[in-house]
Design a binder for this molecule. Structure first.
Ligand code: ZN
Length: 169
């Protein structure tokens, strides 16, 4: 169990938290070798999404002068992350090194660790970005049949779960 991930699960849409806790429990039990799974991102605020969208477009260099590339095609409100309905995974090897290797079998059970995680999410009806035309392998989402356009309309109408800024599904 990874404390950072447990904290990030609490940022997901309230209707997903219990399910994702259960998923994460299974993930932790499935990976028995050098790799653990961390959720690199769950909720991303509209502001954070806009900042990300600006990278490589209107913001070309970071604070150290390094050239920034385009990292997303989604502006604030256009990503399922903005509604707490998506998770990006990364593997942490030996407790320290991040890995996006989706093929490696770190626990030697003849299945890639990355795909073990993906399969657990899929069993709960989540969609995986690795299956898409524009491949995004760290990304998993559960949309409840709603487009980001519909979610944005609810957000703009402040159709929120009372006391929160999570839209009603
Ligand atoms: Zn994502």
């Amino acid at each position: 169990m990874d404390k950072v991930t447990l904290d990030r699960i609490e940022l997901l849409h309230p209707q997903l938290r219990a399910e994702v806790s259960e998923i994460y429990d299974k993930v932790c039990k499935a990976l028995t070798g050098r790799a653990i799974c961390r959720f690199a991102y769950t909720l991303r605020t509209f502001k954070e999404q806009d900042d990300l969208y600006a990278q490589g477009r209107t913001r070309l260099f970071n604070s150290k002068g390094k050239r920034l590339g385009v990292v997303t095609n989604a502006k604030g409100g256009q990503s399922y992350h903005n509604y707490g309905l998506a998770v990006d995974i990364v593997l942490i090897i030996d407790g320290k090194v991040a890995s996006w290797d989706f093929r490696q079998d770190f626990d030697k059970d003849k299945k890639s660790d990355w795909m073990e995680v993906v399969e657990i999410f899929k069993a709960y009806g989540w969609a995986w970005g690795g299956d898409w035309k524009f491949i995004d392998r760290p990304h998993l989402e559960k949309t409840f049949g709603l487009s980001t356009r519909e979610l944005l309309a609810r957000h703009n109408a402040k159709d929120f779960i009372p006391g929160t800024t999570y839209v009603r599904l």
